[in-house]
Write a new protein. Structure first.
Length: 214
């Protein structure tokens, strides 16, 4: 199905990854021409390692932490393997990886609760702890309603007022710029919070919690 594309991809990876010894530096990436998924701004890439090829979906806009406050890569989707192999991949391996990529992209949906992209098979807002903890009104969980859309979410803006903010709403926030940078396509001034996102509740920077006064 993707034979010619697999040949082109194999030739590129052979030259830029295997022949140039890029394996030493932890892999070789190819950026895919995808701007948004489910309306959310993303950067999508294929990453080639010595024994597997995987898909990575990143967001530079969202500070990705789980509901316990643990920091992860700025990613809306934990990278998933498209194929694994023991040695250098064959043409058939590349074809399989492209087929798996095609099928995966057809099924991707965004789970607001977990704050990540999932396929239809894993798209599930059911949570392990919810069943055990029950719905006692006297028990306050460490995750709750998004402060914008009021849907239940585990993502939280820990740098400012510590209120739940789902990634879907987070992604829709726009950068706040000082008067000098307002008319410029790119912000490059030296003011600490210029170009940052503002918390919809406390109005501080989502990046560092500082006041957004310019």
């Amino acid at each position: 199905m993707f034979t010619q594309q697999a040949i082109n991809l194999k030739n590129k990876v052979d030259v830029d990854f295997y022949n140039k010894g890029c394996r030493i530096y932890g892999g070789f990436s190819i950026i895919l021409p995808i701007k948004k998924i489910c309306g959310m701004e993303v950067s999508v890439s294929l990453k080639f390692h010595t024994n597997y090829i995987n898909l990575v979906i990143l967001s530079d806009k969202i500070d990705n932490r789980d509901y316990e406050g643990n920091i992860h890569e700025q990613s809306l989707y934990c990278s998933t393997d498209l194929i694994r192999f023991i040695e250098k991949p064959s043409l058939e391996d590349y074809e399989t990886a492209l087929l798996n990529l095609n099928e995966l992209l057809k099924k991707l949906k965004f789970n607001k609760y977990y704050g990540m992209f999932e396929t239809e098979e894993t798209y599930d807002t059911f949570d392990f702890w919810n069943v055990i903890l029950g719905d006692n009104p006297h028990i306050e969980l460490s995750y709750g309603m998004c402060c914008i859309c009021h849907d239940i979410t585990k993502s939280t803006s820990y740098n400012c007022c510590n209120k739940p903010l789902c990634y879907e709403c987070w992604d829709k926030l726009t950068e706040c710029r000082c008067d000098e940078c307002e008319e410029q396509p790119e912000c490059d001034c030296e003011k600490t919070n210029c170009g940052h996102l503002k918390c919809p509740l406390c109005r501080c920077s989502l990046s560092n919690g500082d006041s957004m006064n310019f």
